[in-house]
Design a protein around this ligand. Structure first.
Ligand SMILES: *Cc1c(COP(=O)(O)O)cnc(C)c1O
Length: 458
């Protein structure tokens, strides 16, 4: 009998190289600090994108602001900016300190991307940005627009007719489809969303109500992407939004960093050698957390520490980066089923682009069980009246796990951070939830009261 191989090694070899795989494979919660984590100075030259790209992306968002504020009236008061608040969550912090039996020194803030306008999740950053960029490219190429125009003109029959000759396609577990579908159909594009089996019914219904074509698959996210890519390639007027590889999506997300920098300044929160910033980002395929990390690293360099959070049943980025196999590996190769209540994070194969770009800049990755997500969902609603979807809670235990777990302690020691922790700021990135229908939210909330969720054993 030949032994099972994954990439260049046998399963046994992988397990002896990376003993953490034992716990990962039995879907226990883990905390992994990245041994390859390095200084920004030494890694900047390896990055395919830089500050100029980030600034261009910011400017593109600004050009579109008059259009956004016109077609999405909820953005009027933010002058067409698609941005979310950064808020303190003192009651939640207190509850968690009790539960984890540990004080977290420093500040704890929640970045409320679940309340982003237009599509109610972090995907409103990358997804909308890439569609805007594509629309702009088309309109510029066809001589219909110049960068100096007031982009509010895009809201009219002339442009809608023009864009209706073109189509967009995307593979999604739900939220990316939602953001592409909403902005794409608003501009006039024909949009097809290829939905994985994880996608929630209400997201499909909402998209169909906007005239978006929704294809459903009984398979997971990777399959939905693959099919979408294949079908789109047959049509020269179809543009595929490639969540696994897209630099535009990545830049759309990265703009979050410059916005955050302003928000921190408004709160008089400094980030420097004596005031480290820790950020905890839920991770699916990696584009969202990756893009945000990239932006933060450009702006704050070694003073920011970015940890990714994944479901115990879908730790694709952790396994991809730890083994160096990146997109050559799926969690299912290690017998992990990729079935999780965190539908936004139900991804078995990570983005190779994100993993390779950031393999030395991600501080670490930890995993969270579904029962914990539900418990945290319910508690955040009870303590702070903030309602999120399960995926969006994955960041929440981050600060506690960092202090609690040996690998976290070692990370702080190794980077000489222990003396600075009193002055640290921890930002939990809440990535989705404001569009969840009340009945579905009530079900989520109720699950936080189940016996299992009360005493989650990982
Ligand atoms: C998509 C998503 C993420 C993660 O983004 P990726 O780009 O897939 O890593 C996190 N939270 C929610 C709610 C999402 O929809």
């Amino acid at each position: 009998m030949t032994e099972k191989t994954i990439g260049p090694k046998t399963l046994q070899e992988w397990k002896s190289l990376y003993p953490l795989l034992h716990r990962l494979m039995s879907t226990q919660e883990v905390f992994w600090a990245n041994p390859a984590y390095g200084r920004m100075q030494e890694n900047m030259h390896r990055l395919p994108l830089g500050m100029a790209d980030l600034i261009n992306a910011e400017k593109r968002w600004e050009r579109f602001a008059p259009y956004i504020s016109r077609v999405f009236p909820e953005t009027e008061k933010s002058q067409g900016r698609v941005e979310s608040p950064l808020v303190g969550i003192p009651q939640m912090k207190e509850w968690m300190e009790e539960r984890f039996q540990r004080q977290v020194p420093g500040k704890l803030l929640l970045k409320c991307d679940g309340h982003l306008p237009v599509s109610g999740s972090v995907k409103a950053r990358g997804g909308i940005y890439e569609v805007l960029k594509h629309a702009e490219d088309l309109a510029l190429d066809h001589g219909m627009l110049t960068e100096a125009d007031d982009y509010a003109i895009l809201d009219g029959e002339r442009f809608k007719n023009f864009f209706s000759q073109f189509s967009l396609a995307v593979g999604s577990t739900g939220n990316l489809g939602l953001s592409i579908g909403i902005i794409g159909s608003q501009l006039g594009f024909q949009v097809t969303v290829h939905m994985s089996a994880d996608a929630r019914q209400w997201k499909k219904d909402l998209l169909r109500s906007k005239g978006v074509h929704v294809m459903e698959y009984q398979a997971d996210y990777s399959k939905a992407v693959q099919e979408g890519r294949k079908q789109c390639q047959k049509d020269p007027r179809c543009y595929f939004i490639d969540d696994e590889n897209s630099q535009d999506l990545f830049l759309g997300y990265a703009v979050a960093a410059s916005r955050l920098k302003h928000q921190l300044a408004e709160l008089n929160i400094g980030v420097d050698g004596h005031h480290p910033l820790f950020v905890y980002l839920p991770c699916g395929v990696g584009g969202g957390p990756g893009g945000i990390t990239f932006g933060l690293k450009l702006l704050f360099k070694d003073h920011v520490h970015c940890f990714f959070a994944e479901p115990t049943h879908s730790p694709c980025m952790l396994i991809g980066v730890m083994t160096g196999l990146h997109n050559q590996v799926s969690v299912t190769d290690f017998g992990i089923d990729n079935i999780t209540a965190a539908d936004g994070l139900a991804v078995g194969r990570p983005s190779g682009f994100v993993g390779k770009t950031l393999e030395k800049l991600i501080s670490g990755v930890y995993t969270v069980g579904d029962d914990h997500l539900y418990l945290l969902l319910r508690t955040l609603a009870d303590t702070e009246k903030i309602y999120l979807e399960p995926s969006a809670l994955a960041g929440m235990p981050g600060p506690f796990r960092l202090f609690q777990e040996r690998a976290g302690q070692e990370y702080l020691e190794k980077n000489s951070l222990l003396p600075e922790m009193e002055n640290a700021t921890h930002i939990v990135w809440a990535t989705g939830g404001s569009m969840v229908p009340p009945a579905v939210m009530a079900e989520y909330y109720q699950k936080g009261y189940s016996k299992h969720a009360q005493n989650p054993s990982s």
